[in-house]
Design a protein around this ligand. Structure first.
Ligand code: 6GU
Length: 222
């Protein structure tokens, strides 16, 4: 999978070199391209934003510079993801869908977002364009949201996760990602013992207990 990100803060994407993502990139399972939007600015001050038509607070990112970066990146197989708090909420099924794409482009808006004609243009050209939010709160820009999505998506690509059983177990689970509590050594820590059932060796009973715990946890999080 090829993953491009367009941003005025390329340094935000340094963590892509770490851990699972770093290994996935080194092994060639994913290839990252980070593009500095400001490098494509055409005006003297490398300005990428301007005041909104119709008035109002804040600044809007200008379409011309976005077109310059996106035109050479956009292919038939590309999914353009525009990060905005007004977008469709990112969740595990969406991560699963995007993990099957061969090319994701993350357009990271700052300020009050990107001129809407960028979305309109690529949609009209027949491209797949998605406005996505990672939750009901407002971030300073789409960079951190992109990182969240990239981590959730790439771990679903076959070969990225060291232990594919963790994925299988997740999807066995009703919600796909809700889990039971886990315990490891020592058996007793600060007067708290590991639940007896987990030491029993009775795998059917353990599975039952875990399913009940996962449901209990899900209820408490509503
Ligand atoms: Cl994708 N962008 C911004 N700026 N804020 C957000 C978000 C995205 N998702 C949740 N809050």
């Amino acid at each position: 999978m090829k993953i491009d990100a367009v941003t005025i803060f390329p340094d935000y994407f340094a963590p892509l070199q770490l851990s699972l993502l770093g290994k996935a990139a080194q092994s060639g399972l994913v290839e990252f391209g980070i593009h500095d939007l400001r490098a494509y600015a055409t005006n003297v001050h490398n300005q990428v934003d301007d005041t909104p038509y119709g008035g109002g607070a804040g600044m809007v990112m200008m379409p011309e510079v976005w077109g310059c970066v996106l035109d050479p990146l956009m292919k038939d197989e590309s999914d353009l993801i525009i990060l905005t708090p007004a977008g469709k909420r990112f969740d595990q099924p969406m991560a699963s869908k995007f993990s099957q794409s061969s090319h994701l482009i993350f357009a990271c808006g700052r300020y009050e977002g990107i001129d809407d004609r960028v979305r309109q243009h690529y949609l009209a050209k027949g491209h797949r364009v998605h406005e996505v939010s990672i939750g009901d709160y407002v971030l300073g820009g789409g960079e951190v949201a992109s990182l969240v999505m990239i981590e959730a998506i790439t771990r679903l690509i076959p070969g990225v996760l060291g232990n594919p059983e963790s994925l299988a177990e997740e999807s066995h689970n009703q919600e796909g990602y809700l889990e039971y509590p886990n315990f490891t050594k020592p058996q007793n820590w600060r007067d708290i013992s590991v639940p007896e059932i987990l030491l029993s060796g009775n795998h059917a009973e353990i599975a039952k207990w875990r399913a009940a715990q996962a449901i209990e946890r899900a209820k408490n999080n509503l």
